[in-house]
Structures are given as C-alpha cells and as structure tokens.
Write a protein that binds this ligand. Structure first.
Ligand SMILES: [Zn+2]
Length: 104
C-alpha cells in the first residue's frame, strides 16, 4: 500500500497489547479509525448524489441502488444504519491517514 504514513508513538511500543491502527480524518476534521469494509481510504471524494456537498459515504439506499452521499443524505436514504459489506462504506481521504500505535 502506498499510504503517506507517519508513525506517532503514543507510549512505549514494547508493551504487550499495543497495536498499530490507521487513523484518517473526516471531511470536517474528525478523526476516524480505518476498518476493513467499513472505513476505507480513497484518493478522492466524489460529490453527493443528492446535493453539492462532498460525499463521504458509498451506501446501499433504502430503495435498493447504491449511492454516494454526504452524511446528511446517508442518514436520510441509507438502507442500513451500520456500515459493512453490502451496506455501506465511509470514505476518508488517503492523504489524511496516519498510522498510530495504540497502547493496549
Ligand atoms: Zn448530500
């Protein structure tokens, strides 16, 4: 993978239970942990299919087809409340992704 990765050591990484996690930033700056099939890094974010905002979600709508949506329109039209395979994904800009060591 070709992430722009910075490693921030929060505490001693030698302690058992530590794990590396990847943290990206939402469009509004909120941090979010990357999760396979749920929170995915992408090179660019498309526009919402329902308004002029940037789409952060790729999701199955409550009428069947998939759509790209901003948070407001994801909440309005989503077929599932949660993310995952067959339900939806949250996209984060790959450039914001950092690798962080979480102390267990
Ligand atoms: Zn929208």
């Amino acid at each position: 993978m070709n992430y722009n990765v910075h490693v921030n050591v929060l505490k001693s990484p030698t302690k058992e239970g530590n794990m590396k996690v990847k943290i990206g930033k939402r469009f509004d700056g909120r941090p979010v942990e990357l999760v396979p099939h749920e929170v995915i890094p992408v090179d660019s974010l498309p526009k919402c299919n329902f308004c002029e905002k940037t789409a952060e979600f790729d999701f199955k709508t409550n009428v069947g087809p998939w759509a790209n949506g901003c948070e407001q329109h994801w909440r309005m039209y989503r077929g599932h409340r949660e993310l995952g395979i067959g339900k939806g994904q949250l996209w984060v800009d790959r450039k914001t992704v950092e690798e962080v060591i979480r102390v267990g």
